[in-house]
Structures are given as C-alpha cells and as structure tokens.
Design a protein around this ligand. Structure first.
Ligand code: FES
Length: 316
C-alpha cells in the first residue's frame, strides 16, 4: 500500500447548493504525486472513516488536489463531517491517487457522460482531452441548476451538452440514444448514480459495444456483501486457514485475525483490497472488476466478495 501523505486544507469554495470544492496542498508546499484523469484519493477522517473522492485536475506536477464533496444527508457520516467540521488549515492523512477509471488518450473519439456529482472524474478527463486536442463530447445531466457544479465553465465549451432535469419538461435524459449514436470505435465513459450506470451498461449491450470501450465508475456499492454462508480461506503465504462465518466478510475475518490487508472503502468501490486468488471460485460483489475479470477469477475484493466454492486460496 502506498504511504499516506499529510495534506492541509487551503481553500473551500461553494460548488453548488449542497456541494463544496476543497483544495489540499502539502503543508510545506511542493509537488504532489501525479494524477491521471479519472483518479481518486482517499481521505482518512476521524473515527476511522475513509472516503474516496475523484480529483478534478490531473497532471504530473500538481501543487494541489481539488475535490468536490456533495453533502449526503443519508450518508455514513463522511460527507457530513467534511461539510460541518473540516476547516481551512486542518490537516488530513490522504492516500495517494488510485485509478480504476483510466482514460484511453489515444481513442479516435471519446464520449463522456456524467450525472450529478459524477462530473468530477469526467471533468478531469475532459480537460485532459482538450489539452491533447483529442475529439470528444461531454453530456452532463443534473437535477437543477442549483445542484450543478462547474456549470459556468462547462457551459462555455462548444462540445458540452448540459441537461437540467427540472428545465426539461419531463423529457428523460436520452442515455441510450447518446450511447447508440456514438461512433462505433468510441470509448465511452460514464459516472453518476448507480441507476444511471446500470442503464449505461445496458445501452452499451443494446448497441453491441465492445465491453472494453465502455467505462464506468461507481461511487456507491452496487451489490450487498456476500455474507450469507460459511466458507474457508487458506492464506498461501502465511500458511493459515481461517473460517469465514455467515454474517462476516473476508476482510473482517482477516482483521480479527490480525492479518494485514490493505483496504479503504469496505464496499467494493475503491479497489484497495484487491487480492490475488490462487484457487477457488469467488462470489464477486464489487463494482470494479469487468465481466471478463470476474470470469477469470484471478483477483477479488475481499471487503465484499465471498466464495462460491467451499474454499478459497488467497495470495496473502
Ligand atoms: S476496500 Fe474498497 S474495494 Fe475493498
């Protein structure tokens, strides 16, 4: 696991009625680890909370990380703490950028689709494609103007279509048509609420898109953790066998046994706990692995996935 870095919050700006933009820098100044478009960082908050946020800007030599945090009233507490308690000058431990939503910069055409706060990684991608002079279109849908972030800037771009839901006279966001109309060799990216992402994946299948040209980033857990029955895990490196009882995840059993494993979100969306599977058949419940990767059963997210076989042998 990459070492955490301590960053100081240097600026808070209002992004929309319920979203703030936060800027973090090194306390002593200087460059931060490089960021690829689509990457996120993990903030380590009080009480053991960790939350992942996509970075608004990518680059090799950034002096600041910018994120957007929407206040979620039904959240597990992370966004509320950030909005209510985090203030300029406070320091946080931050895990360096990770990226499960990489941009294919060589694509002949890129179609970017964002719903609500899902604009954050998409915005970084759009900037990168503009800088490279690559052809792309961006479709950004939000419920209302007061919910939208980055609206002033994006509305100036000629290849950006912004749909404001409450100004659309009830017409739904034409996701299937937008995906269907894209060039056959386009790489298509979508980030937004789970329902939108599922519709996006369905639109890709309906228009016979190659799965490796369809890219999604889930912010929320897509499936329940697999905790409905007992199975055994064998840890090949430490030559240990453990029982995972019904009601517990592999990660919980590993932590109870004092075995170190990297993790962050604990709900299958960040990829921090990805573990190599030596044998056995996982019951994949994460929101990261592609269908092909699930079929291959070479790795699994131990925070949420379980076992279809009686035993899993893991490279731990
Ligand atoms: S800890 Fe985030 S995917 Fe497992």
């Amino acid at each position: 696991m990459s070492a955490k870095i301590e960053l100081v919050l240097t600026c808070i700006r209002l992004g929309s009625r319920n979203t703030n933009l936060y800027r973090f820098e090194r306390p002593e100044g200087g460059s931060l680890p490089p960021v690829a478009p689509g990457a996120h960082i993990s903030l380590h908050l009080p009480g053991g909370m960790e939350r992942q946020y996509s970075l608004l800007h990518a680059g090799e030599n950034l002096k600041a990380y910018d994120i957007a945090v929407k206040r979620e009233e039904d959240s597990r507490g992370g966004s509320r703490w950030i909005h209510d308690r985090l203030r300029v000058g406070m320091r946080l431990q931050v895990s360096p950028p990770r990226n499960h939503f990489p941009l294919d910069e060589g694509a002949a055409f890129s179609l970017l689709i964002a719903g609500g706060i899902g604009i954050t990684p998409i915005y970084a991608m759009a900037h990168r494609l503009r800088d490279l002079g690559r052809p792309f279109e961006l479709h950004y849908t939000v419920r209302s103007r007061s919910d939208a972030i980055l609206l002033d800037e994006l509305s100036q771009w000629e290849n950006v279509t912004i749909r404001i839901g409450e100004e659309s006279a009830g017409a739904p966001f034409a996701l299937a048509r937008i995906v269907g109309d894209a060039p056959a060799d386009a790489h298509i990216y979508c980030c937004g609420p789970n329902g939108m992402l599922e519709a996006f994946e369905e639109a890709g299948r309906a228009s016979s898109r190659s799965a490796d040209h369809m890219h999604v980033e889930y912010f929320e857990a897509r499936f329940e953790a697999a905790t409905d029955h007992q199975f055994t895990i064998e840890l090949a490196r430490s030559q240990t066998e453990l029982v995972v009882p019904a009601g517990k995840t592999i990660l919980e059993v590993l932590r109870d046994a004092g075995i170190f494993v990297s993790y962050s979100c604990s709900e299958g969306v960040c990829g921090a706990c990805e573990t190599t599977v030596i044998s056995g058949i996982p019951d994949h419940r994460d929101s990261i692995l592609s269908e092909e990767e699930r079929q291959a059963n070479a790795t699994m997210m131990v925070c949420c996935s379980g076992a279809k076989s009686d035993k899993l042998v893991l490279d731990l």
